[in-house]
Ligand binder design. Structure first.
Ligand SMILES: Cc1ncc(COP(=O)(O)O)c(C=O)c1O
Length: 431
């Protein structure tokens, strides 16, 4: 076997071979130049066209183009009428914005462990987390795989809860033939550069419910800032945020939306090639992602896991396992294959949740009753913790214009490193 590149061997993927995401061409350039010349530079022609076309593409009635996915999530929470003293259920393993959106509306997140196969909120553990204060379940379709919605819908019906979708990573992901962003009361998408549909930055707040839409909208454009009657003057007070985006970014997003079907097809072909090759290779110590039969992954993030038991390292501490995994990740990168450790800790481990203090003086947990029944005891989240120290995330290298030949090389990198795990010396690699 060829020497690992991390120890001086030849990398499988040479510098310059991997193409950048997203592809930018005349479609983007022409629309962006046009947007530069519209008289009103925000909430105007291209923003409206993007909102309309995305609604048509995704099957939503209402959409608002925001500056990021995190602000769209905040609009979802406000749109559902959630505020001080309320609780929202959310997965313990996700991007922090899935929980900060709750806190920014003065409500309290209640974390639930993940399913060990899908890495998504475990529907069997949700009911135990419901209290009289629970107002919603915020489902995160992480990595581009939809949550198991049937049991979640049943719980929402039983306890009269709203369902909010964090679809920030889930453009064109499907559950039982239905698209992410249409599986709950409202949803948020992100358009940051990592996403399968990007405009550099940006987000969309979408819903089919006009009341939720109008309530969510009150959070942006300074909310209360309306012109006083019969004049153009604004009153001195102005609550809320400014979450709107601008025409140039909207035009970029629109151009990318027009090209999305081609990009998506390529990404699926690349991930399918990688998945089939790795399944066939059946490598000891390597766990592959799982796609339930009723879901269609968008492969935003193809996740590997190290199976420590299979390689005789099950007895290591979590920190040692994490360090070994970091060393594998470094060895894969040395082969020319972009990959990262996505989250270094689960959300309940973050200082803000350890201290139950976001705004000072213990708020929002200090709101009377808000903290009732809320425990961030880490013993409640064993699967999330396990996933955290064992995963390796593959994101941009599988995107268009990289093709199946690149996916085959990614598979070679993984096979080379994972069949040489006995040579991975974390002390030497990480120093
Ligand atoms: C699951 C999830 N939710 C929310 C966000 C926030 O999106 P943005 O970066 O556009 O604010 C992200 C961003 O990566 C995300 O991955």
């Amino acid at each position: 076997m060829e020497e690992l590149a991390i120890y001086g061997g030849t990398p499988i993927i040479q510098p310059g071979e991997v193409k950048n995401w997203p592809p930018v061409d005349k479609t983007d350039e022409e629309l962006i130049i046009k947007a530069l010349h519209v008289p009103q530079q925000s909430c105007s022609v291209y923003t409206k066209q993007l909102e309309e076309e995305f609604c048509e593409f995704n099957g939503n009635k209402f959409a608002y183009f925001t500056n990021c996915g995190g602000s769209a999530l905040q609009m979802c929470i406000a749109g559902c009428g959630i505020g001080a003293g309320d609780q929202v259920i959310v997965t313990a393993y996700t991007w922090p914005s899935s929980a900060s959106c709750i806190i920014h509306n003065m409500a309290v997140p209640v974390f639930v462990d993940i399913d060990p196969e899908t890495f998504l909120i475990d529907p069997n553990k949700i009911e135990a987390a419901i209290t009289p204060r629970t107002k919603a379940i915020l489902v995160v379709h992480l990595h581009g795989l939809c949550c198991d919605m049937d049991p979640i819908w049943a719980l929402a019906k039983k306890y009269n809860l709203k369902i909010i979708e964090d679809a920030c990573q889930a453009h064109n992901a499907f559950y039982n033939g239905r698209k992410a962003g249409t599986l709950g009361d409202c949803a948020a998408f992100s358009f940051n550069q990592n996403k399968c549909l990007t405009a550099g930055e940006g987000g969309l707040f979408v819903t089919n419910d006009e009341e939720i839409f109008m309530r969510g909208r009150t959070l942006t454009d300074f909310s209360d800032m309306q012109p006083t009657k019969d004049t153009d003057e604004f009153p001195a007070y102005a609550f809320g945020h400014k979450f709107c985006n601008n025409e140039i970014t909207a035009a970029y997003a629109l151009a990318q939306l027009h090209k999305f079907p081609g990009y998506y097809k390529q990404l699926i072909a690349n991930a399918t090639t990688l998945d089939a090759t790795l399944k066939k290779a059946n490598i000891k110590g390597l766990k592959l992602p799982y796609e339930p039969a009723n879901c269609k992954h968008n492969w935003y993030n193809y996740n590997l896991r190290v199976d420590f038991d299979a390689i005789g390292k099950g007895g290591l501490s979590n920190d040692e396992k994490s360090r070994f995994r970091h060393a594998i990740c470094a060895a894969l990168r040395a082969e020319g294959m972009g990959c990262v450790v996505w989250q270094h800790c689960i959300l309940p481990e973050m200082t803000i949740f350890r201290s139950k203090n976001a705004y000072g003086k213990g708020y929002p947990w200090a709101v009377p009753g808000a903290d009732d029944g809320v425990s961030y005891d880490l013993a409640n989240f064993p699967e999330a913790i396990k996933y955290c120290y064992s995963h390796i995330a593959i994101v941009q290298i599988l995107r268009a214009p990289n093709d199946t030949a690149m996916a085959a090389k990614v598979a070679q990198c993984i096979e080379k490193v994972f069949t040489n795990l006995d040579k991975i010396d974390a002390d030497k690699i990480l120093k």
